[in-house]
Design a protein around this ligand. Structure first.
Ligand SMILES: [Zn+2]
Length: 185
């Protein structure tokens, strides 16, 4: 899949109700390296990304690690992204980078255990309660119809496909919505 292309990363932050997208060239040997170069270019803070997907017992499992140098309270100090040296980072990045694909995709391996395996020699490791991930999208057929209904009639007519329907695809989850033009009026 790698060649001439772009990587679009969407950040959807329900708390801030903000969604923004970053687009960078698709660089590196794999998706993890491409994501890492996104962080290097856009946020300019040291980041490491490891991604893996593996088939286990007929099911695909995917997992990832995002390791990032966070500011330690920037008040009265240099802003992190303006600093050229990050003395603690190389060591932590080596530990994080030693994670194996089979560890990232093992559904039986609790995340706390994985963190322990990687960073148990460190002076201090703190974990926060996990957030459960769910699959889903906020696209809404009613909203999609209302957007299409606002187009002038001649433009809507131009959108009608061979099957007599207007089709709208969600770019985030690939859902396809079929709208009957006669029902929009
Ligand atoms: Zn969607």
């Amino acid at each position: 899949m790698f060649g001439k292309g772009y990587l679009a990363i969407t950040f959807d932050q329900p708390v801030a109700k903000e969604r923004y997208q970053g687009i960078v060239p698709l660089e590196g040997r794999n998706l993890g390296e491409a994501a890492q170069s996104y962080f290097a270019q856009s946020e300019q803070i040291p980041s490491l990304v490891r991604l893996a997907a593996e088939k286990r017992g007929g099911y695909w499992f995917a997992g990832g690690l995002l390791l990032q140098h966070l500011p330690e309270g920037e008040e009265g100090r240099d802003r992190l992204h303006t600093r050229l040296d990050h003395p603690d980072w190389p060591h932590v990045a080596i530990l994080g980078g030693s994670v194996k694909a089979e560890e990232l995709t093992d559904p039986e391996l609790p995340l706390d255990d994985l963190i322990w395996r990687l960073f148990h020699d460190e002076e201090e490791v703190r974990t926060l309660p996990a957030t459960a991930l769910t699959r889903g999208c906020r696209c809404d057929p009613v909203y999609v119809r209302s957007v299409i209904a606002r187009f002038p009639e001649d433009e809507r007519a131009a959108m009608v496909g061979d099957d007599g329907m207007i089709r709208v695809d969600c770019a985030f989850c690939s859902s396809s919505f079929a709208i009957e033009p006669g029902q929009l009026a």
